[in-house]
Design a protein around this ligand. Structure first.
Ligand SMILES: *Cc1c(COP(=O)(O)O)cnc(C)c1O
Length: 228
């Protein structure tokens, strides 16, 4: 685990240097979905500081079991409104906000515990019917509505682009997400910072960094293959 983590961190640094970015401006989210708490503990002891989880029930159990560790948990899976109360309680950043309805529920639950919840808006940048995320043409209006919600802070955008075997084919989608984020930042809306782009996974994170990713979500290259 330690070696794998070191290899990934080196690759992140090299990708950053290739395009003149500070490697410190890119954070690694280690995606631990389906991995048992013991494997995650091993990862934390090897130096992981941010963990990404997809399924609420699984995450609740793991986070409870690993509560002694000073790590940050991010929610990256599809989130249902009825799980919003757990999401605001457990996660520092929610990557997968894809509707105003969900944002309103998160705002309400965050208010109850006096928290300003950091979120990303998930964009379905490839316009794929099978994927969640807001469509590009709705994102600006959703974010403009979210900017009125006092207990949310929109930190940026997240995407899961269409799958290709070659990272070069994915690159245009990363660059489209970056452009969209830049346009929204210019609007300077309240409660909207737009300083984060969550994009890039095991197969394509270097291209994502070259296109401006600030958060890369990597599972397989750290924890190994997941059981289907
Ligand atoms: C599983 C998952 C990842 C990690 O994928 P790998 O290919 O294993 O690195 C990243 N982001 C999301 C949203 C995921 O569900």
């Amino acid at each position: 685990m330690e070696n794998r983590l070191k290899t990934i961190k080196d690759r992140i640094s090299k990708a950053a240097e290739r395009c003149g970015r500070d490697p410190g401006s890119i954070r690694l989210v280690a995606v631990s979905k389906t991995m048992p708490a013991d494997r995650v503990r091993e990862g934390i002891e090897a130096g992981i500081t941010i963990l990404g989880e997809n399924y609420m029930q699984e995450a609740r159990e793991k986070i409870a079991e690993l509560s002694a560790y000073p790590v940050s948990w991010h929610f990256i899976g599809h989130l249902q409104s009825n799980k919003a109360k757990y999401a605001v309680k457990l996660f520092d950043l929610i990557h997968s906000v894809d509707s105003l309805k969900l944002a309103r529920e998160l705002d309400k639950q965050a208010a109850k515990i006096n928290k300003k919840q950091d979120i990303l808006v998930q964009v379905n940048i490839g316009e794929e019917a099978s994927k969640s995320g807001a469509y590009t043409d709705e994102v600006k209006s959703i974010i403009s509505d979210i900017s009125q919600l006092e207990n949310l802070s929109v930190r940026g955008l997240m995407t899961i682009p269409p799958f290709f075997n070659s990272p070069e084919k994915v690159r245009p989608y990363f660059s489209a997400l970056k452009d969209l984020g830049d346009q929204i930042r210019e609007e300077a809306l309240p409660n909207v910072k737009m300083d984060e782009l969550s994009m890039g996974m095991t197969g394509d994170f270097e291209a994502a960094i070259e296109e401006g990713a600030t958060l890369v979500r990597i599972g397989t290259a750290i924890f190994g293959k997941r059981d289907a």
